[in-house]
Design a protein around this ligand. Structure first.
Ligand SMILES: [Zn+2]
Length: 233
C-alpha cells in the first residue's frame, strides 16, 4: 500500500468512526424510528461477532441499527467480545510458540537421521460427483446440490462436470466464492476414466470448522474458476 493510499484509508477510517459515533448518539437519544420488533439476544450477539451468517439485508440488522434498546445492548456486548477475541489471539500466539519450541526439539533430536514419513493411514477416501452439477461462475446464483466433506484429511476424487476439459486443475476449499480464505488446496492432472474426467487430490480439512464453504475447481489453461457449495461436517 502506498503512503498516499494509506493516508486516505486512515482518513476514511476517521470519517467512518465519526459517522458511526454520530449515528449512535442519535439512536440513543431516540431520534430514529426502528422498524419491526427487537430481535432476540442471540441475534444481537451474532451481530457483535460480525457473523458471516447475517446478511445486511436482514431487516433485523436495520432494526438494531436504529433501535436505542438494541443499540445499548450491542454497545454492552462489544467490550466482552473484544476482550474474548484478544484472549483468543493471545492463546493462539502462545500455542504457536509452543509448536515452534516442540518443532525445534524434534529437529534437534531427529536432525541427524530424520524419521521416514508416516503413511497417512488416517486419510478418508471420498468421491465427489460433480457430473450433473450446475456450476456458478462469479456472482451468479447457486441453484445446485451441495457437496459434503468431513473435517478430516481426505483423499478426494472429483468427477468433473460433463464437458470438462482434460488438463491440470487447481482445487481449493474456500470460505466464499470469490476465493477468499483458502482452507486447503492442491492441483492435479485430470485422468479420463470411462467418459469422465477425474481429479484426485489430498485436502487437509482437519483444522476446519463445520459449516458452509465452497469447493472451487480452476482449469490451469483457461483459468476459469467454478464454485460448488460445500458443507464441512
Ligand atoms: Zn430493538
Amino acid at each position: 500500500m502506498s503512503l498516499r493510499s494509506r493516508w486516505f484509508s486512515r482518513a476514511e477510517d476517521r470519517v467512518e468512526a465519526w459517522l458511526t459515533r454520530h449515528h449512535q448518539e442519535r439512536v440513543l437519544a431516540g431520534e430514529t424510528k426502528p422498524v419491526g420488533p427487537c430481535p432476540d439476544e442471540s441475534f444481537l450477539q451474532s451481530l457483535v461477532r460480525h457473523s458471516n451468517r447475517i446478511a445486511f439485508t436482514d431487516p433485523r440488522v436495520g432494526h438494531a441499527a436504529n433501535c436505542p434498546m438494541c443499540m445499548r445492548r450491542l454497545l454492552e456486548l462489544q467490550p466482552a467480545y473484544k476482550a474474548r477475541r484478544r484472549r483468543m489471539v493471545l492463546t493462539t500466539a502462545a500455542a504457536f510458540c509452543c509448536v515452534i519450541v516442540v518443532a525445534f526439539i524434534l529437529v534437534a533430536r531427529h536432525g541427524a537421521n530424520p524419521p521416514r514419513p508416516v503413511p497417512d493411514v488416517a486419510a478418508v477416501q471420498l468421491t465427489v460427483d460433480l457430473w450433473n452439477a450446475g456450476t456458478l461462475r462469479g456472482d451468479q446464483p447457486s441453484p445446485l446440490q451441495s457437496v459434503t466433506l468431513p473435517a478430516a484429511l481426505a483423499k478426494v476424487t472429483i468427477i468433473l462436470p460433463r464437458y470438462s476439459e482434460s488438463g491440470r486443475y487447481a482445487v481449493a476449499v474456500t470460505r466464499d466464492r470469490t476465493g477468499n480464505e483458502i482452507l486447503s488446496h492442491g492441483s492435479a492432472t485430470a485422468i479420463a476414466a470411462r467418459d469422465r474426467e477425474e481429479v484426485s487430490i489430498d485436502l487437509d480439512l482437519r483444522n476446519s470448522q463445520p459449516g458452509s464453504y465452497f469447493l472451487s475447481t480452476t482449469h490451469e489453461q483457461d483459468q476459469a474458476s467454478y464454485y460448488y457449495p460445500l458443507q464441512i461436517k
